[in-house]
Design a binder for this molecule. Structure first.
Ligand code: HAM
Length: 404
């Protein structure tokens, strides 16, 4: 028997009401905040992610679903995240010429070839928001506010935002150099991935999950460099402003100097929201500012900030919503009468269904009581007398009526 691929999951009918509600809540909240929904393709040119997400990241190096198509001439990749795709669409459709801000939101599947475990899948869904055109810290605050409002709307309260500033490319270079200097005596002891990161993007080493590497990064001389304020005055001022806005809105945050995020495009603010209920895969959402990405992908220089949330991780934390019962189930052995009435009820906006197999009365009623609030009975008597018998399946009460 052919089964679903490892790391993929069917979203079953009994789960779908909650999924639909998550989409509805996102649509309501983000639309009210002046964000427009965007749906971009699930596959893009491989080059987009290599350049956009960065070729020193695990995502690009190890986790992409990449195919050659069209006689091996074109390399495409299933999107591992959606910021690069949204930026591509933003440029392609001239949105970089619109009056800022341009605020977009999305929901859809992403693909990463990771080792599946609880909370980590190979096909998973993200809901994200991207805000283009605003360099001011108000946009960073708005992204974090929208993220936490969305969690609140889903009944998840009392969370703390982890916050850090990675500085701009200029001040970050100094930080990278210092980290490399202080780590050079330990280079041989680092894991193979970190040896590569040391050359390509030293900050990414701080995100390593290897125990030996973590032990090294916890040494005082390394910690001292990590904890040192390396960012330039402008970046510092920007970060102070972000914190000020968060203080004013009462959003709780803590500064985490080890927070570097797994994608290369970030500048200045980065943030994550975690939940202890999620175990090892504790991040529900993550995001940050990426002021260089639009220009790097061929657009006009445009500052931007955004976040994405893992929908499966959110689903695991929220109260599930039961599917609502049908308003009516038509119980009758006269299929033409049943079809006609069901159609009429649906046209009036009721949720209604009927028995398609002409089963025995008792069987039909049993089915009705499982899935509907009321049964409409059409037996010989009703047909001849031109009326319906309506049975309230919750109270047992029964009435005769000519109108529904
Ligand atoms: P990310 O941190 O790679 O950021 O992913 C965002 C969220 O997607 C994570 O916090 C997690 O909840 C969920 N997620 C990631 N990988 C998996 C997986 N394998 N299985 C289940 N859930 C997963 C981004 O993708 C950036 N594009 C976010 C962003 C938007 N930054 C700026 N704008």
């Amino acid at each position: 028997m052919i089964k679903a691929q490892r790391g993929t999951k069917d979203i079953l009918p009994e789960e779908i009401t909650t999924w639909q509600e998550i989409y509805k809540r996102a649509n309501e909240l983000f639309t009210n905040a002046n964000c427009k929904e965007i749906r971009t393709p699930i596959f893009e040119a491989t080059e987009l992610f290599k350049r956009g997400v960065g070729d020193s990241t695990d995502i690009v190096n190890k986790e992409m679903y990449t195919f050659n198509v069209g006689g091996n001439e074109t390399s495409i990749t299933l999107r591992p995240e959606n910021t690069a795709g949204v930026v591509r669409a933003f440029i392609e459709h001239g949105m970089d010429r619109l009056s800022p801000p341009v605020k977009l939101w999305y929901m859809g599947p992403m693909f990463r070839y990771e080792r599946p475990q609880a909370g980590r899948q190979r096909q998973f869904h993200q809901i994200g928001v991207e805000i283009f055109g605003v360099k001011e810290a108000t946009a960073d605050a708005e992204a974090i506010i929208l993220a936490s409002e969305f969690l609140k709307k889903n009944g998840i309260d009392n969370l703390t935002v982890s916050l850090n500033s990675l500085g701009c490319p200029t001040c970050r270079q100094k930080y990278k150099d210092e980290i490399k200097k202080v780590l050079s005596p330990y280079l041989d002891e680092l894991c193979e991935d970190c040896k590569v990161r040391y050359q390509k993007n030293p900050l990414r080493m701080l995100d390593c999950k290897n125990e030996k590497c973590i032990e090294i990064f916890n040494k005082n001389e390394i910690k001292n460099v990590v904890l040192k304020d390396f960012i330039c005055d402008e970046c510092k001022e920007h970060f102070e402003e972000v914190k000020k806005y968060l203080d004013k809105t009462g959003i709780k945050y803590e500064i985490d100097k080890m927070l570097v995020r797994g994608l290369d495009y970030y500048t200045r603010t980065v943030f994550e929201i975690k939940s202890s209920l999620l175990g090892a895969q504790s991040a529900i959402l993550g995001g940050g500012r990426y002021d260089g990405l639009v220009e790097m992908l061929g657009g006009k220089p445009t500052p931007a900030v955004g976040f994405a949330l893992g929908v499966e991780r959110l689903y695991g934390l929220i109260e599930k919503i039961e599917e609502e019962k049908l308003d009516y189930f038509v119980v009758s052995k006269f299929s033409d009468a049943a079809i006609n009435l069901t159609l009429k009820l649906r046209q009036k906006g009721f949720k209604a269904d009927f028995d398609m197999q002409g089963r025995k009365f008792a069987k039909q009623l049993e089915k009705a009581s499982k899935i509907a609030k009321k049964a409409v009975i059409i037996a010989e008597e009703e047909l001849e007398g031109n009326f319906y018998t309506v049975k309230n399946l919750e109270t047992g009460e029964q009435i005769k009526t000519t109108e529904l």
